[in-house]
Design a protein around this ligand. Structure first.
Ligand code: HEC
Length: 144
């Protein structure tokens, strides 16, 4: 009986080890670093979703010619130092996309201040490219 219980305990432990509660994706990603906690990932996730919302609002500002809205949203995305130390920061190409993102975001802010709609449109396109490229890099790394 004692031995039976020990086996059950080992099985339970092994199960809880492979399936991290609430974050099954983490266990499937060889590229993911275990050193970063789930709460850090959650914060990153919240911040990324804010970025998605901000970039959508910039598109809205572009269509309305609302430079104040554009500038406000782009200023809100200036949080690159936080992304620098992030859990994917070691992936080759990540930093280049991070800088492309930062550069494009600065371009949006400057062009909005000068009320240069074409300038904002160009910088916004560059920003979108950096979003897509960085995620491509992160995904490639995660699946390989
Ligand atoms: C320099 C890299 C980089 C750039 C640039 C970047 N992201 Fe991300 N993004 C990430 C990483 C890393 C994750 C987390 C992926 C993971 O969970 O493995 C992420 C996750 C996300 C998610 C999913 C969040 C969730 O629910 O978990 C969204 C949405 C997102 N990014 C939107 C954007 C948008 C919009 C932009 C551009 C305005 C952008 N990102 C630019 C690196 C980047």
């Amino acid at each position: 009986m004692q031995r039976g219980r020990a086996i059950v305990l080992v099985a339970v432990l092994a199960f809880s080890f492979v399936s991290i509660p609430g974050d099954p994706a983490q266990a499937q990603r060889p590229g993911a670093q275990a050193s970063k906690s789930k709460s850090e990932r959650d914060r990153a996730s919240v911040w990324m979703r804010e970025k998605l919302a901000a970039s959508q609002k910039i598109l809205e500002g572009l269509t309305k010619g609302d430079f104040a809205l554009i500038e406000k949203q782009a200023v809100g995305m200036q949080n690159v130092s936080y992304m620098e130390g992030w859990f994917r920061a070691e992936v080759p190409g990540y930093k280049a996309q991070l800088h492309a993102f930062d550069y494009a975001n600065d371009g949006i802010i400057q062009s909005a201040r000068y009320k240069n709609l074409d300038g904002v449109t160009l910088a916004y396109t560059q920003l979108t490219i950096s979003c897509v490229q960085c995620h491509k890099i992160v995904r490639d790394k995660a699946s390989g």
